[in-house]
Design a protein around this ligand. Sequence first.
Ligand code: DLL
Length: 432
Amino acid sequence: MYWNEASECRSRDELEALQLARLQGLVERVYRQVPFYREKLEQAAVRPEDIRSLEDLRKIPFTTKADLRDNYPFGLFAVPMDQIIRLHASTGTTGKPTVVGYTRNDIEIWSEVMARTLVSAGAHKGDIIQVAYGYGLFTGGLGVHYGAEKIGAAVVPVSTGNTSRQITLLQDFGTTVLCSTPSYALYLAEAAEERGISPRDLPLRAGVFGAEPWTEDLRREIEKKLHVSAIDIYGLSEIIGPGVAAECEAKDGLHIMEDHFLPEIVDPETGEPLGEDRAGELVITTLTKEGIPLLRYRVRDITRLTRARCRCGRTTARMERVTGRSDDMLIVRGVNVFPSQIESALLRIPEAAPHYLIYVDRVKALDRLEIHVEVSEEMFSDEIRERAGIEKRIKAEVESILGIAVTIKLVEPKSITRSEGKAVRVIDRREG
Ligand code: DLL
């Protein structure tokens, strides 16, 4: 099922011709309207007419999150403020948030790409879509909301939190599609179970999950517990919000909405473009956005691209599920560690609950990784000997994946704070 077959299934030649025309228009526009870009392009000795093919994209300098922060709040906007009808912002870990502005046309494009996303996840008119992403400056809630309205579904704008109410709505309204972070979906499934409600008895059919990295194992766990087909959706506020890429029923990579977002993969260290199927940092150029268009934006997420035809019939490039970010990748004793690797290991141990928290400390100049893992109620009350056995098995599993020594600490069920939005998985207590 497609929302917009003409756009999602164009021939590659047609698509690339459209991308080039849009790219040329974009460079021309920002050169004229955004002093920051004019200066950057001039420094690189690139003029709009130098963009003659998609390969010429490489001549354009990158834009980074630091550029957005330096031009806080509206310095990179490409239209007068009276053309902006919405502002969103993402909370940075340091300093000022990054602010994005949307024109009416940007909101239309966002609704369009979210409509494609939801239909590709199996939603349609007549569905009851419970939006448990946060509404507010975060793009998750309103982004999904507009897409759901566009396809003609009934939207339940419940936002995050109030788990009891979420469950009541799932039951009473007969929600058919749930949209939330994957960690919250798992939490909801467990909370429902605790209240003696079996998701099997609910009409819920599909889950549209994203906003944080998750694994194939977690997908299986959520699908089993919530009794849904779980689809991965991807996006970031700087580019538009959710709606940048989404899985189809084949669940074999996320289709990038390539007529609006031009993807590249580069080496995170050198910035050199990498070929098809090589893992590296995602870079996106927004081809159609008016409010805050971005040229070659360094997304920091690590993935790889394929342009091989998908069996769903869409012709757009697919990105592999994001395993982590180049900047929140942990380096522990010189080894690169992604929280998702630890999650996969835990999900292979039946006694371990997929709730965990990774502490990184530096003890006598040596990095230490301690992972707190929740166990089931029965296991926790088991004898010390049995618990030691489980700890040992988890340790062996994690160490075999990471290749470094870790300490495992089993903690009481429900003792790790649940998140309603993005899960906090890492507490890095190292100095400097
Ligand atoms: O998280 C937008 C969004 C909302 C996406 C709802 C999907 C669903 P930001 O708050 O700007 O925007 O965070 C963007 O979150 O660069 C990734 O690191 C991470 N992220 C988003 N989706 C996924 C995903 C929204 N499916 C940052 N898998 C991105 C892995 C994801 N990471």
